[in-house]
Ligand binder design. Structure first.
Ligand code: ATP
Length: 259
């Protein structure tokens, strides 16, 4: 399945993309890059470097102020934010199946696919609860399930796990990778966590602010869609983390020197 997914997946091209707010200096300044079909991208950088702004533009949620963002064809996409955007007055199953309902899928099929997804998420038995009656990790699973239930081709994630403690964050990363085996998707994710970028980014875009610039677009040599339990603590994994850390620290000291 992943092979056909890659063959069919849409590719993304950015040419000289500039993004700014008002008359301020650009947040993203003439960024050019390409992402092949099916490749997953992690965007990492310090707070305020423009990660969320860039993600929104890639998702078509905001216009560009210069240059071009082009998908090879129209894509079906879905988004997960840090705030999750679950509907507090809707029960778990209703939240989960909302994308199917709004797409006009018949009710019986919505319920059937919703129950299948609940099982994949490990949330069986919780379908009648409201989001407020779930733990943080369960809410996060629900948001991931809702994002994938309508089988999007591209999944945009903006720091979805940043409010979680380190171990729960790792569990949710595993849940995400597990879900993607059954629901293949091209994932574009923003994170400020270097290890998360190295785990989840087949390509990693490293950004700096002030001045806004690209520090690197790395082809991640340790990326795997199916990491072993030892993967995160392997020397090779740490080596890529160190490389990104050095890029970010180098940019910080250059910025400090310029002040
Ligand atoms: N609506 C807005 N109006 C004006 N400036 C904004 C707006 N949204 C973001 N900015 C500014 O644009 C810059 C980039 O913001 P953005 O949220 O894209 O960064 P980020 O890298 O995602 O940050 P963080 O990791 O803190 O979420 C910041 O300096 C921010 O203050």
């Amino acid at each position: 399945m992943p092979d056909t997914h890659h063959a069919r997946a849409p590719s993304l091209t950015l040419r000289d993309v500039t993004l700014r707010y008002g008359a301020d200096a650009p947040v993203i300044d003439r960024l050019s890059m390409e992402l092949a079909g099916g490749e997953s991208l992690a965007i990492v950088g310090a707070s305020g470097c423009g990660k969320s702004t860039l993600l929104s533009a890639m998702a078509g949620l905001r216009p560009v102020d210069g240059g071009v963002i082009e998908w090879s064809r129209p894509v079906r996409s879905s988004f997960v934010w840090q705030q999750l955007a679950l509907f507090p007055w809707k029960r778990v199953l209703e939240n989960l199946t909302l994308p199917l309902v709004t797409a006009g899928v018949p009710k019986a099929e919505c319920v059937e696919r919703g129950r299948e997804m609940l099982a994949e998420l490990g949330l069986e038995g919780l379908e009648k609860r409201f989001p407020a009656e779930l733990s943080g990790g369960q809410r996060q699973r629900l948001a991931l399930g809702r994002a994938l239930i309508a089988e999007p081709e591209v999944l945009f994630l903006d720091e979805p796990f940043s409010a979680l403690d380190a171990l729960l964050r790792e569990r949710l990363q595993d849940v995400l990778l597990g879900l993607e085996k059954r629901h293949p998707v091209e994932r574009i994710m923003v994170t400020h966590d270097i290890a998360e970028a190295v785990l989840l980014g087949e390509r990693i875009l490293v950004l700096a602010a002030k001045p806004s610039r690209v520090l690197g677009l790395i082809r991640n040599p340790v990326y795997t869609p199916d990491p072993s339990p030892e993967h995160r603590t392997s020397e090779a994994f740490y080596a890529v983390c160190r490389e990104i850390h050095a890029l970010l620290r180098g940019a910080e000291s250059a910025e400090g020197g310029a002040r």
